[in-house]
Design a protein around this ligand. Structure first.
Ligand code: SF4
Ligand code: SF4
Length: 203
């Protein structure tokens, strides 16, 4: 198991174990914390399917390339893990933990299954990555889609960019206060993000 896989396994198991141990009222508290974010993710899904569904299917999905999903090429925030575990069924988490046990000698992400990503709510970095050729093609044909995309990117910052209290920071704090730590807690261990928190640098 690579260090990437171990880091992912540790975070996933810890979050799964903790969330399973919560009383229903505590769990509901988590669910209400992430409700707006899930609505935001739904809006991105609608946008991507409307504007990029065709080009991504033609360029990557039909021929099984999935160029977005390269091996160990993505940053997973701790909050990504928490949100995904919250919305997933137990068997879906077990599938993730199982694939993480396998050696990955492939050039593709370990989470890429036959039907696409195995996460129910994939990491935000994956969700909002669009390759330059696809963006160029779509945004030249539909400039208004570029405006919508910029708006979605600004909305993303309201949840992820810690120049103000944001969900991704709050979720880390919640676990830290409960006595947990993960190397994926970038809001608390990335020098760049700590500087943003301290100085309020706009993203
Ligand atoms: S954004 Fe680009 S690389 Fe990613 S799936 Fe679409 S066409 Fe492929
Ligand atoms: S986590 Fe999912 S979407 Fe992200 S790179 Fe891996 S397979 Fe692709």
């Amino acid at each position: 198991m690579s260090s990437y896989q171990k880091e992912q396994t540790d975070a996933l198991s810890m979050v799964h174990q903790y969330l399973t141990s919560l009383f229903p009222a505590e769990r509901r508290e988590f669910e209400s914390l992430v409700a707006d974010y899930l609505l935001f993710r739904k809006d991105i899904d609608i946008f991507l399917s409307e504007h990029f569904g065709k080009i991504c299917t033609q360029n990557c999905y039909q021929n099984n390339i999935s160029a977005c999903c390269s091996r160990e090429g993505i940053i997973t925030f701790f909050a990504d893990v928490v949100i995904n575990v919250l919305v997933s069924q137990k068997n879906e988490i077990e599938v993730l933990l199982k694939v993480l046990q396998r050696p990955n000698n492939n050039y593709k992400c370990i989470y890429l299954g036959e039907q696409g990503c195995l996460w129910r709510v994939k990491p935000i970095v994956c969700e909002m990555f669009l390759c330059e050729p696809a963006k160029k093609k779509v945004f030249i044909e539909k400039p208004w889609a570029q405006d919508k995309w910029d708006e979605l990117n600004n909305r993303k910052k309201m949840f992820t960019w810690p120049d103000r209290p944001v969900l991704f920071d709050v979720l880390e704090k919640y676990f830290i206060n409960a006595g947990y730590y993960s190397s994926l807690m970038y809001m608390h261990n990335s020098p760049g993000l700590l500087r943003v928190k301290k100085t309020g640098i706009r993203g």
